[in-house]
Ligand binder design. Structure first.
Ligand SMILES: Nc1ncnc2c1ncn2[C@@H]1O[C@H](COP(=O)(O)OP(=O)(O)OP(=O)(O)O)[C@@H](O)[C@H]1O
Ligand SMILES: [Mg+2]
Length: 250
């Protein structure tokens, strides 16, 4: 496990300041990232995972300064992410979707990868991940035939397949009914207990409060509160900005 250190990161899209001077550190915890629509949460994940370059600032993971790395290099260092809009290989089976992740860091060149990715050891690793994520029964189903709750689990399974030490989850509970969300929280706790650091973006305050050991709240690209869940929830700025605006939208 390594420490993630985001230092003074800003990101502009033309005239839009999506992130402004954001700093955070995390290692070994379940850290929640909350904030209203457009706060910059996904942009921060995109920067940590190498999909976007920051306009200013630095991102470190362990001994590496990673904000100039490409996404696959960052995966290779043990940082995996899921997407807010799930992105499975829709015409592949659930098992094959996970196998693509198991193979990725081992066989970066696609031809070698396709020839070898069904080796027994990869299949066994993928099956263990399906077991952990509760997808064993659906191993042979086409990914796009799964209901959204299971597609979100598959998204996590594919990220786990790359062998991460840090897992970034972008709204994994979005669209789930409350029982599904509770089960998902149990899964995330189990992944954390297995020795992984987790950062989870979440809109639902109750879900975040029940799951996270620490929470950082963003608004308009800036950190407005940080601390234990109860303290963040009681923070006046969070109540005004985040909860107030959410109520307006409800
Ligand atoms: N690639 C991009 N090009 C231009 N603007 C972008 C891009 N990505 C994000 N933005 C803008 O940056 C701001 C932050 O967006 P971001 O997706 O990070 O918010 P978010 O906190 O994840 O919101 P949500 O809760 O809706 O997912 C928004 O105003 C968004 O429109
Ligand atoms: Mg987002």
């Amino acid at each position: 496990m390594s420490r993630l250190i985001v230092s003074h990161v800003s990101k502009r899209f033309g005239g839009l300041q999506a992130l402004h001077d954001v700093s955070l550190e995390t290692e070994g915890e379940i850290l929640g990232l909350i904030g209203p629509n457009g706060a910059g949460k996904t942009t921060l994940f995109n920067i940590i995972s190498g999909f976007l370059k920051p306009t200013e600032g630095e991102v470190r993971y362990g001994d590496h300064v990673i904000h100039h790395y490409r996404p696959h290099q960052i995966v290779g260092l043990g940082v995996a992410r899921t997407f807010q809009i799930v992105k499975p290989f829709s015409d592949l089976s659930v098992l094959d979707n996970v196998l693509t992740g198991v193979g990725a860091p081992i066989y970066p060149r696609m031809r070698a990868f396709w020839r070898r990715y069904r080796q027994r050891v990869s299949v066994r690793a993928a099956e263990e991940i399906l077991e952990l994520t509760g997808l064993t029964l659906f191993a042979d189903a086409r990914a796009d035939s799964l209901p959204i709750g299971l597609q979100r689990r598959l998204e996590i399974a594919r990220a786990l397949a790359t062998g991460p030490s840090l897992l970034l989850l972008d709204e994994p509970a979005a669209g789930l009914v409350s029982q599904e969300a509770d089960e998902l929280a149990d899964l995330i706790r189990a992944i954390h207990a297995a020795g992984k650091s987790i950062v989870v973006i979440e809109h639902n305050m109750t879900f975040a409060m029940g799951l996270c050991q620490r929470i950082i709240a963003l608004d308009q690209g800036e950190v407005i509160a940080e601390g234990e869940p109860a303290a963040v929830r009681a923070n006046e700025q969070v109540i005004n900005v985040y909860l107030g605006r959410r109520r307006d939208h409800a």
